[in-house]
Write a protein that binds this ligand. Structure first.
Ligand code: PNS
Length: 164
Protein backbone atom coordinates (compact mmCIF):
# COMPACT_ATOMS: atom_id res chain seq x y z
CA UNK A 1 0.00 0.00 0.00
CA UNK A 2 1.30 3.46 -0.85
CA UNK A 3 1.60 6.01 1.92
CA UNK A 4 -1.48 8.27 2.11
CA UNK A 5 -0.46 11.58 0.66
CA UNK A 6 -2.35 14.83 1.18
CA UNK A 7 -2.07 18.42 0.13
CA UNK A 8 -3.00 21.32 2.35
CA UNK A 9 -3.81 24.16 -0.06
CA UNK A 10 -4.42 27.80 0.72
CA UNK A 11 -3.27 31.37 0.43
CA UNK A 12 -0.99 31.26 3.51
CA UNK A 13 -0.64 35.04 3.36
CA UNK A 14 1.03 34.53 5.84
CA UNK A 15 0.96 31.18 7.67
CA UNK A 16 -0.38 31.45 11.27
CA UNK A 17 -0.43 29.25 14.36
CA UNK A 18 -3.92 28.19 13.22
CA UNK A 19 -2.45 26.71 10.03
CA UNK A 20 0.43 25.14 11.94
CA UNK A 21 -1.99 23.44 14.32
CA UNK A 22 -3.78 21.90 11.30
CA UNK A 23 -0.42 20.83 9.82
CA UNK A 24 0.56 19.05 13.04
CA UNK A 25 -2.75 17.22 13.30
CA UNK A 26 -3.05 16.36 9.59
CA UNK A 27 0.49 15.02 9.67
CA UNK A 28 -0.66 12.31 12.09
CA UNK A 29 -3.14 10.99 9.52
CA UNK A 30 -1.07 11.60 6.42
CA UNK A 31 2.56 10.51 6.54
CA UNK A 32 3.17 12.68 3.48
CA UNK A 33 1.74 16.18 3.73
CA UNK A 34 2.44 18.95 1.23
CA UNK A 35 1.49 22.57 1.80
CA UNK A 36 0.42 23.98 -1.57
CA UNK A 37 0.30 27.77 -1.80
CA UNK A 38 -1.99 29.20 -4.44
CA UNK A 39 -0.38 31.69 -6.80
CA UNK A 40 -3.58 32.93 -8.38
CA UNK A 41 -6.17 33.59 -5.70
CA UNK A 42 -9.17 35.78 -6.43
CA UNK A 43 -7.90 38.12 -3.77
CA UNK A 44 -4.69 40.11 -4.17
CA UNK A 45 -2.03 38.65 -1.88
CA UNK A 46 0.06 40.79 0.46
CA UNK A 47 3.18 38.66 0.01
CA UNK A 48 4.30 37.30 -3.36
CA UNK A 49 4.02 33.54 -3.79
CA UNK A 50 7.82 33.20 -3.52
CA UNK A 51 7.77 35.16 -0.27
CA UNK A 52 4.90 33.04 1.08
CA UNK A 53 6.78 29.85 0.25
CA UNK A 54 9.89 31.07 2.05
CA UNK A 55 7.93 32.39 5.05
CA UNK A 56 6.09 29.07 5.33
CA UNK A 57 9.33 27.07 5.16
CA UNK A 58 10.95 29.31 7.78
CA UNK A 59 7.91 29.04 10.07
CA UNK A 60 7.87 25.23 9.81
CA UNK A 61 11.60 25.09 10.55
CA UNK A 62 11.12 27.40 13.54
CA UNK A 63 8.39 25.09 14.86
CA UNK A 64 10.60 22.03 14.40
CA UNK A 65 8.46 20.57 11.60
CA UNK A 66 10.91 19.12 9.11
CA UNK A 67 8.86 16.56 7.21
CA UNK A 68 6.27 18.75 5.48
CA UNK A 69 6.97 19.96 1.95
CA UNK A 70 6.01 23.38 0.64
CA UNK A 71 5.13 24.11 -2.97
CA UNK A 72 2.95 26.49 -4.96
CA UNK A 73 0.45 26.12 -7.76
CA UNK A 74 -1.47 28.10 -10.33
CA UNK A 75 -4.81 27.02 -11.72
CA UNK A 76 -7.05 24.41 -10.19
CA UNK A 77 -6.38 22.90 -6.82
CA UNK A 78 -7.53 19.50 -8.08
CA UNK A 79 -4.91 19.60 -10.85
CA UNK A 80 -2.25 20.35 -8.25
CA UNK A 81 -3.50 17.41 -6.16
CA UNK A 82 -3.18 15.17 -9.23
CA UNK A 83 0.27 16.37 -10.08
CA UNK A 84 1.45 15.67 -6.54
CA UNK A 85 -0.32 12.30 -6.50
CA UNK A 86 -2.34 13.26 -3.43
CA UNK A 87 -5.44 11.31 -2.50
CA UNK A 88 -6.73 13.91 -0.04
CA UNK A 89 -7.11 17.65 0.34
CA UNK A 90 -6.78 18.95 3.89
CA UNK A 91 -8.54 22.12 4.99
CA UNK A 92 -9.16 23.73 8.37
CA UNK A 93 -12.64 24.70 9.52
CA UNK A 94 -12.99 27.55 11.98
CA UNK A 95 -16.36 29.06 12.71
CA UNK A 96 -19.69 28.46 11.01
CA UNK A 97 -18.79 31.15 8.53
CA UNK A 98 -16.19 28.88 6.89
CA UNK A 99 -18.62 26.08 6.33
CA UNK A 100 -20.48 27.24 3.20
CA UNK A 101 -17.28 27.97 1.32
CA UNK A 102 -15.58 24.73 2.36
CA UNK A 103 -18.70 22.73 1.52
CA UNK A 104 -18.93 24.31 -1.93
CA UNK A 105 -15.23 23.78 -2.57
CA UNK A 106 -15.27 20.16 -1.39
CA UNK A 107 -18.29 19.28 -3.53
CA UNK A 108 -16.90 21.05 -6.59
CA UNK A 109 -13.60 19.25 -6.21
CA UNK A 110 -15.34 15.91 -5.75
CA UNK A 111 -17.25 16.58 -8.96
CA UNK A 112 -13.97 17.28 -10.71
CA UNK A 113 -12.37 14.13 -9.29
CA UNK A 114 -14.26 11.70 -7.10
CA UNK A 115 -11.04 9.88 -6.17
CA UNK A 116 -9.71 12.81 -4.17
CA UNK A 117 -11.30 13.29 -0.75
CA UNK A 118 -11.50 16.55 1.18
CA UNK A 119 -10.73 16.13 4.88
CA UNK A 120 -11.74 19.01 7.16
CA UNK A 121 -10.06 19.53 10.51
CA UNK A 122 -11.94 21.49 13.16
CA UNK A 123 -9.78 24.31 14.38
CA UNK A 124 -8.35 24.33 17.88
CA UNK A 125 -10.69 26.54 19.96
CA UNK A 126 -7.95 29.00 20.77
CA UNK A 127 -7.35 29.69 17.07
CA UNK A 128 -10.97 29.75 15.97
CA UNK A 129 -10.90 33.54 15.58
CA UNK A 130 -7.52 33.69 13.85
CA UNK A 131 -6.97 34.53 10.19
CA UNK A 132 -4.10 35.83 8.09
CA UNK A 133 -6.13 39.00 7.43
CA UNK A 134 -6.58 39.71 11.14
CA UNK A 135 -2.87 39.12 11.75
CA UNK A 136 -1.91 41.62 9.02
CA UNK A 137 -4.37 44.20 10.32
CA UNK A 138 -3.18 43.95 13.92
CA UNK A 139 0.44 44.15 12.81
CA UNK A 140 -0.17 47.10 10.47
CA UNK A 141 -1.57 49.11 13.36
CA UNK A 142 1.25 48.22 15.73
CA UNK A 143 -0.40 45.44 17.75
CA UNK A 144 1.43 42.46 19.22
CA UNK A 145 1.01 39.35 17.04
CA UNK A 146 3.38 37.07 18.99
CA UNK A 147 0.57 34.74 20.02
CA UNK A 148 -0.72 34.47 16.43
CA UNK A 149 2.37 33.67 14.35
CA UNK A 150 5.94 32.35 14.82
CA UNK A 151 8.65 34.99 15.21
CA UNK A 152 9.99 34.47 11.70
CA UNK A 153 6.55 35.38 10.29
CA UNK A 154 6.30 38.43 12.55
CA UNK A 155 9.75 39.52 11.31
CA UNK A 156 8.75 39.01 7.66
CA UNK A 157 5.69 41.23 8.22
CA UNK A 158 7.86 43.88 9.88
CA UNK A 159 10.22 43.90 6.88
CA UNK A 160 7.43 43.95 4.30
CA UNK A 161 5.59 46.81 6.00
CA UNK A 162 8.84 48.79 6.30
CA UNK A 163 9.40 48.35 2.54
CA UNK A 164 6.03 49.80 1.64
O1 PNS B 1 -6.55 30.07 2.11
P1 PNS B 1 -7.72 30.24 1.17
O2 PNS B 1 -7.62 31.58 0.46
O3 PNS B 1 -9.04 30.03 1.85
O4 PNS B 1 -7.56 29.08 0.05
C1 PNS B 1 -8.50 28.91 -1.01
C2 PNS B 1 -7.90 28.04 -2.11
C3 PNS B 1 -6.63 28.67 -2.57
C4 PNS B 1 -7.62 26.67 -1.57
C5 PNS B 1 -8.88 27.93 -3.29
O5 PNS B 1 -9.37 29.20 -3.60
C6 PNS B 1 -8.23 27.32 -4.53
O6 PNS B 1 -7.73 26.23 -4.53
N1 PNS B 1 -8.20 28.05 -5.62
C7 PNS B 1 -7.59 27.58 -6.84
C8 PNS B 1 -8.62 27.51 -7.97
C9 PNS B 1 -9.58 26.35 -7.78
O7 PNS B 1 -9.22 25.18 -7.75
N2 PNS B 1 -10.86 26.69 -7.66
C10 PNS B 1 -11.91 25.72 -7.51
C11 PNS B 1 -11.99 25.21 -6.08
S1 PNS B 1 -13.64 24.95 -5.71
Amino acid sequence: MTMPRAIYPGSFDPITYGHIDIVRRARKLFPKLIIAIVANPNKQAFFSVQEREQITRDALAEMGIDDVEVTSYTGLLIDCAHKLEASAVVRGLRANSDFDYEFQMALTNRDLDSEIETVLFMTAGKYSFLSSSIVKEVKRFGGDIASFVPKSVDDALTRKLADQ
